[in-house]
Design a protein around this ligand. Sequence first.
Ligand code: IMP
Length: 192
Amino acid sequence: MTKTLVVATGNPGKLREMQAYLANSGWELTLKPEDLDVDETGETFVANACLKASEVAKATGSWAIADDSGLAVDALNGSPGVYSARYGKTDAERISRLLRELGYTENRQAQFVCAVAVANPAGEIVLQSEGICRGEILYTTRGEGGFGYDPIFYVPEKQLTFAEMSPELKKSISHRGNALKNLVPQLVKVLG
Ligand code: IMP
């Protein structure tokens, strides 16, 4: 049996990554209505993912999946964190603000974090998962792919930034990939 899962995001980059993960899960993915926006008022990634999944499920009467993600920089005490999307108006502004605030600080350690939550049509949270990916913040951008902070996020094990990786490679090691990897088998079980 196929069930509809509404993806609670307006971000095409995220949607593509989620689609790739859930392609053979038996769920039919649809995008949330454009005018349905949920304020991210939570103080943690998990709280925001749960809030979005629950509100979108209740509003649409369908199952819903939501994620909340961001970049936490060690030397900035975890900033921009849950404020990653609100750190500037455009990706370029967000990147330059981060590089400015970090300056020439030697400790460039950082991690992307992603929390994913699934709510049933009543808005109850049924599944939750969190994934991280550790890396380093470069001094300047490298690469053209991906979105968001990808051009300054360098993964030493691969000697590439997220923006230099193929979508497949990024998916296999990213915070979102790690969160979804844990969740997909559980989602398949829910279909029964
Ligand atoms: P959200 O839509 O509230 O989850 O905000 C996520 C923010 O973190 C956005 O500003 C993105 O640019 C950034 N972000 C999340 N995941 C990634 C990623 O995989 N690459 C680059 N930036 C990301």
